[in-house]
Design a protein around this ligand. Structure first.
Ligand code: T1G
Length: 679
């Protein structure tokens, strides 16, 4: 196997090139080749400078994650970085694409870093439940200062080359001509100059002079970092960079890194990294299936969902024709879209030009005829089968052949909707989650007759509009809502048996969800779908609506809300529930938090097992992807199925039995065999 690393002498400069597709991950062969190349440069007196670069789409995008958990093979990345930095000939990193993780650490070990303007640099290890493990937490603060290093190490988001240059991480941006040539000339210009080694720099003293920056950073990002172990370790490592020698700091980093690598959070987040990518693959559709070219999209319905869905395509530069039945609804919808964009621009995440650019791609209309030349039409009308079938019958008449007809339904039967057309092969479900322009999850619902090219086009399009898609079969609630209904059933049952509803919410909050079911109900509005008859009370929700407790918007729902929307449990609600329970003849008892957690989450795992068994999801990890991206399942546990693997399927089965809850054959069998859902 030829080495992925090659060297060529350009005059007195040795150019070291990595060609290790797809992302030049720093696998063993790459590390070996880099080490040998640096040794070659050192021993060749004709070589006076070195350039390290990559072929393909990007500079090194990090350690090779597929090597994690396997016996380490030398040379280690820290060793390679130290060898690069120790060179007494100037070494220049030539960066394009994304210099991430170990790739950024290799760049930090180089003496200089030059980059093309659209390159990005970052240390995303924290998104894998880790921290940089090749002295990145020690070199970066010495180069750019602790304050500038904190967001990169602790949040893990890459920054563009310009911003990297602003903090001193990049020395020069190549705006025209070839990066390799520019790097060679840059390297030549440094021959004979003192060698700047980042490990010897002292810009990290800002964290010593002002130690508050660490706690301030932690406090400012508390909500986002809640429950995750790695960010705190990242803060500790950056702090250590200011307080310890480089060697001691590297030792501290190694301790923290090893601790995290051995933990369940890192295993869960590495699982998620591959799960997200696997979800986009369709096992039984050839990867070279010819896709339908989607140049124009039609959206039916300019309400919250329709407008939000439209924004996804407009932001991706795809023209949208949006249809409503009445002018005022159309105007309201387009007004909300513009407002959303303007708010995004106010937060600095879009420019005014981009707002105008997006809105200019929108064609509002009151006529179905304007949808005729769309390549994809998505309806987001009222959740009623007759209404949907009427819309699809109309679309079938009007829209050109070969166009995809999609429903945004959150639970209706796609196969039945397809019967309203003469082209069932072109019918698919595209279930967006509200707010559709924000939530990343897209459930792509494959009908019995959905064509392969239609499905493959939907999956590709999901990436284009920045969504994380997972394929679902046709069943009530598809994947996410079907499992959610099991959790909701138990939540409603628990409060009728004596559990305090705020404890039910707290259990999910402590588990890592952004909020629990009752707080969620208050936020969404308890009166959604309410029949509006205060005398007809058959559920707790109807009892609350009858009492005018519609949720946060009414200042009271399950909770009472003050002006600042702080919530407090309500005695009135507690009494409404107790009266309701009494009427139902439910005996009240104290219920432990453990029981609450087991009864909320284990039935979801059981439903996930049934979904797998019925072939409604392609793989267990797709279910994890759905719940992490659509419902806030805490990423650091890897999703419901990975979490069940972690605690053991037998634990789940025993728990379900303990609470007299159903256990599917599929789950029982896997537990019995000591198997996992995920490999
Ligand atoms: N290792 C192994 N495979 C990787 C990989 C990696 N680091 N990054 C990507 N791949 C695979 C990916 O699984 C997919 O495979 C293909 O490449 C294309 O990826 C010591 C310990 C670089 C921004 O976290 O963020 O360094 O599905 O679909 O959308 O301190 O990949 O085709 O078979 O994502 O264009 C730190 C992870 C590692 C970066 C490109 N680095 N990668 O995005 O393509 S830990 C990362 C990404 C580390 C050191 C520590 C993205 C990308 P397949 P893709 P993309």
């Amino acid at each position: 196997m030829p080495s992925p690393i090659s060297t060529e002498k350009q005059g007195n400069v040795l150019v070291v090139t990595s060609d290790n597709p797809p992302v030049n991950a720093l696998g063993q062969a790459v590390r070996q080749g880099l080490k040998e190349a640096i040794e070659q440069a050192g021993s060749d007196s004709d070589v006076e400078a070195v350039v390290i670069r990559c072929d393909g789409r990007t500079f090194f995008a990090g350690a090779d994650i597929t090597e994690f958990g396997k016996p380490p093979q030398g040379p280690s990345l820290p060793e390679v970085c130290d060898a690069i930095e120790a060179s007494d000939k100037p070494v220049v990193a030539a960066i394009h694409g994304t210099a991430l993780g170990g790739g950024c650490e290799v760049a930090l070990a180089c003496h200089y870093r030059i980059a093309v303007a659209d390159a990005k640099l970052g240390l995303p290890e924290v998104k894998l439940g880790l921290i940089p493990g090749a002295a990145g937490t020690q070199r970066l603060p010495r180069l750019v200062g602790a304050e500038a290093a904190l967001p990169l190490v602790v949040m893990g988001n890459p920054i563009p080359a310009k911003k990297a240059q602003g903090i001193g991480l990049v020395d020069h941006i190549v705006t025209d001509g070839d990066l390799k040539d520019a790097a060679i000339s840059f390297a030549q210009s440094k021959i004979g100059a003192d060698i700047p080694r980042t490990s010897e720099m002292t810009n990290n003293q800002d964290g010593v002079k002002n130690p508050d920056i660490f706690d301030d950073f932690r406090a400012k990002n508390g909500r986002k970092l809640r429950g995750f172990d790695a960010p705190n370790a990242g803060i500790a490592a950056v702090k250590a960079a200011g307080e310890m020698s480089f060697a001691e700091g590297v030792k501290k980093e190694r301790e923290l890194f090893t601790q995290l690598m051995m933990g369940t959070q890192s295993a869960a987040m590495q699982h998620y990294f591959f799960a997200e990518r696997a979800a986009n693959k369709i096992d039984d559709v050839p990867s070279d299936t010819k896709l339908i070219d989607v140049k124009k999209v039609g959206i039916i319905g300019a309400g919250t969902m329709g407008g939000g869905i439209a924004m996804n395509f407009l932001s991706a530069g795809i023209p949208v024709t949006m249809l409503e039945m009445k002018q005022d609804a159309l105007d309201r919808g387009t007004g909300v879209m513009r407002k959303n964009y303007e708010n995004t621009a106010k937060r600095g995440r879009m420019t005014e030009e981009q707002v105008e650019g997006a809105m200019n791609l929108l064609t509002p209309t009151l006529s179905y005829d304007d949808l005729a030349d769309c390549d994809l039409v998505i309806e987001a009308v009222y959740e009623n089968m007759d209404v949907k079938k009427e819309v699809f019958a109309k679309l079938d008449e009007v829209v050109k052949d070969g166009a995809i007809l999609a429903s945004n339904t959150s639970y209706l039967d796609i196969d039945e909707i397809a019967t309203a057309t003469k082209r069932p092969g072109y019918v698919i479900g595209l279930h967006f989650f509200s707010p559709a322009n924000v939530m990343k999850l897209l459930e792509v619902v494959r009908g019995e007759k959905t064509r392969d090219d239609v499905l493959a086009t939907a999956m590709k399009l999901s990436k284009t509009i920045g969504k994380v898609a997972a394929v679902s079969g046709v069943c009530p609630g598809f994947i996410g809502n079907r499992m959610l209904s099991k959790r909701q059933e138990q939540a409603n049952q628990l409060i009728l048996e004596g559990a305090n509803y705020w404890e039910v919410d707290d259990v999910l909050l402590e588990f890592g969800f952004p909020m629990g079911p009752f707080q969620m109900g208050d936020l969404a509005g308890l009166d959604i779908g309410w029949h509006r008859d205060p005398n007809k009370v058959t559920t707790v929700r109807e009892a609350l609506c009858a009492a005018g407790r519609f949720g946060q918007k009414a200042g009271k729902g399950f909770y009472d809300y003050d002006e600042a929307r702080n919530r407090t449990p309500s005695d009135e609600v507690k009494k409404i529930i107790a009266d309701f329970a009494e009427k139902e003849g439910n005996e009240q008892r104290d219920i432990s938090k453990d029981e609450i957690r087991e009864r909320l989450l284990y039935p979801m795992v059981n439903e996930g097992a049934k979904i797998l068994d019925e072939g409604m999801a392609q793989r267990a990890s797709d279910i994890d992807v759905v719940w992490i991206n659509g419902y806030g399942w805490p990423l650091y546990t890897g999703g419901p199925m990975f979490w069940a693997d972690t605690i053991g399927l037998k634990t789940v089965v025993d728990g379900l039995k303990k609470h007299d809850l159903p256990v599917s054959d599929y789950l029982a069998k896997k537990a019995e065999a000591g198997e996992r859902f995920n490999k």
